[in-house]
Write a protein of this length. Structure first.
Length: 235
């Protein structure tokens, strides 16, 4: 039987949190598959996952670190669920919120639902790198006539058949912006639902850097200038 949901978990140096995240994802009361893509961690995460004997989790050990975006693309290619979502392994996002996105998508017929950290009424911490997020989200809204509040969110729930059609090129954190931009360029609506968020500092292991913001800007502009037919794989 086809699972309802595919959860893609890209992992790099998350030894202290990855198992907790996986247990939370496993506890979701929905038919699902979990695909973990490990990117050559050097803190013991790789060994931890390699020795994980759990038939409900598919572990992919990359031969080299090719970036978060490459991990997500691999997960999409492997996905068998009706829906696909990205789950970071750092406990900043609460996996139970995934149910909120999925329920909304199935109730409304939306093909793409994002979790916004800014719709909860308490955006504390969600504006780390405040200027970057204002600029990035503002640019996205301007280019693609979108109403999103949080294009940088990790939680992007997309119907799997649509996600598989996308010709995604990014290999790093900028894939988050490429995915959202491609959806809008192809004419798909993006709806948001509120989610919780507990941000980490760089000292605690947060990996986003200012240069990632620059790559996000160039990615959004590139997608905006790309003809829609070039953003999808040929039939």
């Amino acid at each position: 039987m086809r699972p309802k949901l595919t959860v893609i978990v890209p992992v790099y140096n998350e030894r202290d949190t990855v198992l907790t995240v996986l247990e939370k994802v496993k506890a979701l009361p929905v038919g699902k598959e979990i695909i973990v893509v490990e990117n050559c961690s050097n803190d013991g995460t790789r060994e931890l996952l390699a020795n994980l004997n759990d038939p409900t989790i598919r572990i992919v050990l990359q031969a080299k670190n090719l970036g978060k975006g490459t991990s997500v693309k691999l997960g999409i290619a492997m996905a068998k669920g009706e829906w696909v979502i990205i789950q970071d392994a750092d406990l900043e996002y609460e996996p139970m919120d995934v149910l909120r996105l999925l329920e909304f998508a199935e109730r409304t017929g939306q093909v793409a639902v994002f979790g916004s950290r800014l719709l909860t009424g308490n955006p504390q911490g969600a504006w780390a790198f405040y200027f970057g997020r204002v600029v990035l989200n503002g640019l996205f809204r301007f280019l693609f006539r979108a109403r999103t509040t949080d294009v940088a969110t990790c939680y992007k729930l997309v119907r799997t058949d649509i996600a598989k059609r996308l010709r995604l090129r990014c290999s790093g954190f900028d894939l988050d912006f490429e995915l959202a931009s491609a959806l809008r360029r192809l004419g798909y609506d993006i709806t948001e639902v509120p989610i919780s968020y507990r941000p980490r500092s760089i000292a605690e292991g947060k990996k986003i850097r200012p240069t990632d913001g620059l790559r996000a800007i160039t990615t959004m502009i590139r997608v905006f200038l790309t003809p829609p037919k070039a953003l999808v794989h040929p039939p």
